[in-house]
Design a protein around this ligand. Structure first.
Ligand code: FMN
Length: 379
């Protein structure tokens, strides 16, 4: 017996398992590997400039003839413009935070990267130089034009509401997902016409909201009942997690961290090693990297911010502060300074493996668990 849900039919996939769009980590190679193995690979394109995004989409198409998706961010706060009403402007606070970053790097014995090193470590394509500033409103909008022009099979909004683009996306036949962390946000994006909701709990890696997956998934399922299917996300690291998400009413899973310690993931070897060595207590939540609360491997940069009692700047300005630090840490192989985003499922990772093996194990494990659950019933 095989596990099959409405998601499989909607997306044209064999297993109801999606590779979460993880910025830079969900590369064309990783997305294609997941799609080729019967799941749906989603590119983590949040920080790709428009030229690089087009290149990633075309590379993915060269690596798989199966459906795949693109994930970008559409944060409402950035699209509305600056927010620090009443307080000092973010621009005025920037020098203080940049000085803090310089002192931090000096204390860690790391060099402040020059512009070329910064671009290289952050994986930016030189062809995007001169384009909109990363993570600005113009940047997000330019990405959407590429998503629409390239007619991708699936689009996922990792933050925010894709409402303004729905008509053009649907006219292309693109299936649209939105990642939410509250029932309120779920209702909003359903009103905008999204096709599938991803309910991501607090346990998940990257940007997230305060409600844990176990409580969030059934509440989101109920909030959008009968309208659109829901995928569970956050802490799903194996077959037991997928089966549990199905029991909570989800029709599949959106999985990030479990696919990070794979040959195809676009993170550094020291970062992969840190994942293998990490355990259930190995993550923390901080705004020190993007300006929004995000779950990440415990690291010295987030700890330094917390110790200093400094309030990080809002997105996108905090990225200007943190990017020299994350780039310097990556160049030096210092996963203790910046290990990357990861979820609480970290402790379930024990080795580096091919992405296809991770996917097959989750699918087979969920089928086993569902059969076991059926045997718990008595007449
Ligand atoms: C390394 C990493 C990077 C991420 N980057 C993004 C991103 O760029 N856009 C996004 O929508 N979500 C991002 N996320 C969140 C994932 O899409 C997903 O919701 C999360 O990984 C699910 O929880 P899990 O990690 O416990 O499986 C990221 C997560 C990780 C671990």
């Amino acid at each position: 017996m095989v596990l099959h849900t409405r998601i499989c039919d909607m997306l044209g996939i064999r297993h109801p398992i999606l590779l979460a769009g993880m910025g830079r980590a969900s590369t064309p190679e990783l997305a294609a590997a997941v799609s080729n193995a019967g799941g749906l690979g989603v590119l983590g394109a949040a920080s790709c400039g428009p030229h690089q995004l087009r290149d990633w989409i075309r590379r993915t198409r060269a690596l798989t003839d199966k459906p795949f998706g693109v994930d970008t961010l559409l944060p409402a706060s950035v699209r509305r413009g600056g927010s620090n009403a009443g307080g000092p402007t973010t621009e005025a606070l920037l020098p203080q935070h940049r000085a803090f970053a310089r002192d931090f790097l000096e204390r860690e014995g790391l060099a402040w990267p020059d512009a070329a090193e910064l671009e290289r470590q952050l994986g930016r394509d030189p062809a995007d130089r001169g384009g909109p500033a990363p993570l600005s409103r113009e940047f997000f909008e330019a990405q959407m034009e590429v998503v629409i022009e390239e007619r991708v099979p699936v689009y996922a909004a990792g933050l925010g509401n894709p409402g303004p683009w729905m008509e053009r996306l649907h006219a292309n036949g693109t299936t649209v997902l939105a990642v939410v962390g509250t029932t309120r946000h779920a209702r909003q994006v359903v009103q905008s016409g999204v096709d599938i909701i991803v309910a991501q709990g607090h346990d998940g890696g990257g940007h997230n909201a305060p409600v844990g997956a176990m409580a969030l998934i059934p509440q989101v399922v109920d909030a959008v009942a009968g309208q659109v299917p829901v995928l569970g996300a956050g802490g799903i690291g194996g077959g037991r997690g997928l089966a549990a998400a199905l029991m909570l009413g989800a029709e599949g899973a959106w999985i990030g961290t479990a696919f990070l310690a794979t040959a195809e993931a676009g993170i550094s070897d020291p970062q992969k090693q840190a994942l293998v060595e990490g355990n259930d207590e190995g993550t923390t939540i901080s705004r020190a990297v993007t300006g929004k609360p995000a779950r990440m491997v415990r690291n010295r940069w987030a700890a330094a911010y917390a110790e200093a009692g400094l309030e990080p700047l809002p997105m996108p300005h905090q990225g200007l502060v943190s990017s020299p630090v994350t780039a310097a840490a990556l160049a030096a192989g210092r996963a203790d300074v910046w290990g990357g985003f990861a979820g609480q499922g970290l402790g379930m990772i024990h080795a580096l493996r091919p992405a296809a093996a991770v996917l097959q194990e989750i699918a087979a494990g969920a089928e086993r668990e569902l059969q076991r659950a059926g045997r718990l019933l008595r007449d």
